[in-house]
Design a protein around this ligand. Structure first.
Ligand code: IPE
Ligand code: IPE
Ligand code: MG
Length: 247
């Protein structure tokens, strides 16, 4: 992990929690490879872990959680792996629809879901509708999500309004752009966590992460990521001094 220089001990009962946490759920393939298993097996364990970590975040009072599940670039993977991921998403949503009745989590999907099979799209819609009136944590699942793709869409929508005479070029502001993103109306992520030892964003929340705190954890792969690893990232976040360009 990239630790802050401060070695101060954090009192978890008094710690400032991020309102919005992003997680790049990376390392499933390597986790499986290390065990001589097919990459798909890592995705399955990773999906189970996602459920555990999501519940935990809700239980400790995180207000927004955005998880990166499938990027616009992940279609490049072998068909076998993409198919396995699609069937996992399908299974997850069937289970989620069953479990959601008891859980106070509102689920939304960010990304271009129209690329998915009609049956998966139907489940996505149903999941969003069924959980829409929940009052607990808001969970954004990023599927077929890419930060650049999201910005291209936003620019296209704005350009259309300018062409139609509804807007002038001077009306284009940072707030207007934010309002055209999948995350419109939500706060920007305060903390973004990436396990697995890769120190990059891989196209996750490009616009929204302008002032996010990153915690890269290099000694853990997503399927092994525990609630204690999450707590460590939250401790690290609490030590950071956020200035947003000020002093
Ligand atoms: C993340 O794990 C899950 C997805 C991208 C769908 P990876 O599949 O990227 O696992 P590694 O990085 O190859 O280990
Ligand atoms: C980012 O991980 C996407 C998800 C975790 C869903 P990747 O494994 O696709 O990213 P790269 O290829 O290492 O940058
Ligand atoms: Mg990866």
């Amino acid at each position: 992990m990239f630790f802050s220089k401060s070695s101060k001990k954090i009192d978890r009962s008094e710690r400032i929690l991020p309102e919005h946490v992003g997680i790049i759920m990376d390392g499933n393939g390597r986790w499986a490879k290390k065990r001589g298993m097919p990459r798909q097996a890592g995705h399955r364990v990773g999906a189970e872990n996602f459920r555990k970590i999501t519940r935990y975040c809700n239980s400790i009072g995180i207000k927004y959680l955005t998880v990166y599940a499938f990027s616009t670039e992940n279609w490049k993977r072998p068909k076998e792996e993409v198919d396995a991921l699609m069937s996992l998403f399908y299974d997850y949503l069937v289970e989620a629809l069953r479990d959601f009745r008891e859980e106070n989590i509102r689920t939304r999907f960010i990304g271009d879901v129209t690329a998915f099979a009609p049956e998966l799209q139907r489940l996505i819609k149903e999941t969003e509708e069924l959980s829409a009136d929940k009052t607990g944590m808001c969970l954004n699942i990023a599927m077929n999500y890419g930060g650049r793709d999201e910005l291209v869409r936003a620019v296209q929508m704005i350009a259309k309004d300018v062409t139609d005479g509804k807007l002038s070029a001077e009306d284009v502001t940072a707030e207007l752009i934010s309002s055209q993103l999948y995350t419109a109306g939500q706060p920007d992520p305060d903390l973004i966590i990436r396990p697995s030892g890769e120190y990059r964003t891989s196209n996750f929340l490009l616009w929204q992460s302008a002032y996010s705190e990153y915690v890269f954890m290099d000694d853990i792969l997503w399927p092994d990521f525990t609630t204690e690893n999450l707590e460590e990232a939250l401790d690290e976040y609490a030590k950071r001094n956020r200035r947003f360009g000020g002093v």
